[in-house]
Structures are given as structure tokens and as C-alpha cells.
Design a protein around this ligand. Structure first.
Ligand code: GLV
Length: 295
């Protein structure tokens, strides 16, 4: 369990470095309570939406994070969710264990083709691109939507389109953008209205990118076919969430980067960032590099 804010405050006062997880809220009040000797925040995660970066920058505190080392593991999990949703793997498992499997039926538990389908990545940074690379092996057409159009060498076979086009044309829509004021609830009722009824939404980024009420309504009404979520809003998901009643939801507990090797790499990078911050030298991966700007 993440420590409650009061416990964090009590234990952190006087520290020079703060190693955070994305379950910790790091804001101006926390920084002030830790004290003016705080020189560095190092987060063991790529996403830093739990940290008030402006408050850190204003106090001259560099914030480390761990991009790159978790790209492939997170892309693997996005694919695990995509395949599980398309082929109803979790539903099938539940069915077998509950004693339902009695015979073979040509029309039983039909899923959706993955090979030859169209994949859309909303957000096309490192993780989105890694998800797209895997799609080549499945003979998929890949579209991406984000403000920045990539050079051909970076985009590979993926085609840049407006978000509306991506939502209309894709069979699988996978989210890979950071959570910020622009992306909070960016996928809501108007976006679900554009999607195919057979579409699958995959979210391994941050839960709050999707409006949870709109998602629940879209799944209940069959507006989209399935959602596969590694992240939710709130997190953990509440046990009385109506989403948990739905068979067309596949869910995992925020484990995108959870492999032995990847967590080792994240821990080492977080330690390197911390040591650089404590030594007052530029850290390998800083989320607020403007803190180093002269003047
Ligand atoms: C995990 O969600 C991360 O941001 O690393």
C-alpha cells in the first residue's frame, strides 16, 4: 500500500533525495515539508503525472524518471491484452474452470481476427512505436495519432492520421500518451461514438486518459466490443465498479513494466538518477530539464 501523505511527510523531513513511485503525490506542500535541503526527486516510473514538475522546477529540484528501459515490457503487455481480448482468453479460462466446457461448437466463443486487422496507436512515442513494430508480425495496417508527425525512418510503416480517422478506421485502439491536462478524459463518449462496434480499446498508459463512466456505457451498450485495461481511474479500481461486472472487460493490475529484468533496469536507472542529483551533476533522464537551464 502507498503510504498516506501524513506518513510520507513525517518520514521525509530532512531528506536530501526522494525516491518516489507513481502512487505517491509529490507536490509543493510535500517538497516544503521535506525541507530546503531536498536536492533531487527520482521516480521509478516513466510517467510523472503524480509529480508537480513546476513546483520542483521552481525550487531547482531535478526530477528523474525511467524511460526507455520499460518500453519493450510495456509493449509486450499491451499485446498480451490485445490478444487476450481478441480471442477471449480470460473468458475461456473462466468458462473451463467453472465446468462449462462440455463439447465443441462451431459458433462457440468466437473472437476477432488480429492478423490483417488495423491497429491504431494514440500517442506514438517509444512504447507506441514498440507496439506498432510487433504489429508487423501480424500483417496489420498501423495508424497513429498525435500532434507530432514523425519522419518516415521513425514511423516505419505506420501512417499518421487525425485522431477521428484513427478511431473510425481501427479494429484495435491502443493508448500510449502521457496523462496531462490535454489528455485527461481524452477518450470519452464522442470518441466511442466514432469507433467501430467491433473495436477493442487497450489502455496501458494511464487510467484517467479514458472517461470511466463513458467507457462503462460504451461496453454495456455494445458501442465498442471490448476494453483491455492495465490502468484505471481511480487506481486500484473500486471493487463495486460496474466495469468489473462486464464480460467484455479484460483487466490487469498496472503491471506493464512488471518483469524481473525490466524492474531491475528501472531500479538501477532510478538509483543513477538519484546519485547524479545528489552529486549535483546532470542526471541520465530528467523530466524537467529546464532546471539545468543557465540563469
Ligand atoms: C508506469 O506506469 C510507469 O509510468 O512507469
Amino acid at each position: 500500500m502507498a503510504p498516506p501523505p501524513e506518513a510520507l511527510l513525517a518520514q521525509l523531513a530532512g531528506c536530501a533525495g526522494l525516491l518516489s513511485l507513481f502512487t505517491d503525490r509529490v507536490d509543493g506542500a510535500l517538497l516544503d515539508a521535506v525541507g530546503p535541503q531536498l536536492r533531487v526527486v527520482s521516480q521509478m516510473a516513466v510517467g510523472v503525472d503524480n509529480i508537480d514538475l513546476d513546483a520542483c522546477t521552481a525550487r531547482g529540484i531535478p526530477v528523474g524518471h525511467t524511460p526507455g528501459v520499460l518500453t519493450e515490457a510495456t509493449a509486450d503487455l499491451a499485446w498480451a491484452l490485445l490478444l487476450a481480448a481478441a480471442r477471449r482468453v480470460v473468458e475461456g479460462e473462466r468458462y473451463v474452470r467453472s465446468g462449462g466446457w462440455k463439447t465443441w461448437d462451431p459458433l462457440f466463443m468466437l473472437g476477432l481476427d488480429v492478423h490483417g486487422a488495423t491497429l491504431g496507436c494514440v500517442g506514438f512515442g517509444r512504447i507506441g512505436q514498440a507496439v506498432a513494430r510487433r504489429a508487423q508480425g501480424f500483417g496489420m495496417r498501423v495508424l497513429y495519432a498525435q500532434p507530432r508527425v514523425l519522419a518516415a525512418a521513425e514511423a516505419g510503416a505506420a501512417q499518421h492520421v487525425p485522431l477521428e480517422t484513427l478511431l473510425r478506421e481501427c479494429d484495435y485502439v491502443s493508448l500510449h500518451m502521457p496523462l496531462n491536462a490535454q489528455t485527461r478524459h481524452m477518450i470519452g463518449t464522442p470518441q466511442f461514438e466514432l469507433m467501430k462496434r467491433s473495436a477493442v480499446l487497450i489502455n496501458t498508459a494511464r487510467g484517467a486518459i479514458v472517461d470511466p463512466q463513458a467507457l462503462c456505457a460504451a461496453l454495456q451498450s455494445g458501442r465498442i466490443a471490448h476494453a483491455a485495461l492495465d490502468v484505471t481511474d481511480p487506481e486500484p479500481i473500486l471493487m463495486d465498479s460496474p466495469l468489473l461486472q462486464l464480460d467484455n472487460l479484460t483487466i490487469t493490475p498496472h503491471v506493464g513494466s512488471a518483469t524481473l529484468q525490466t524492474r531491475d533496469r528501472m531500479a538501477l536507472l532510478a538509483a543513477d538518477n538519484m546519485l547524479a542529483g545528489l552529486a549535483g551533476v546532470r542526471m541520465p533522464h530528467c523530466a524537467n530539464p529546464q532546471v539545468y537551464a543557465p540563469g
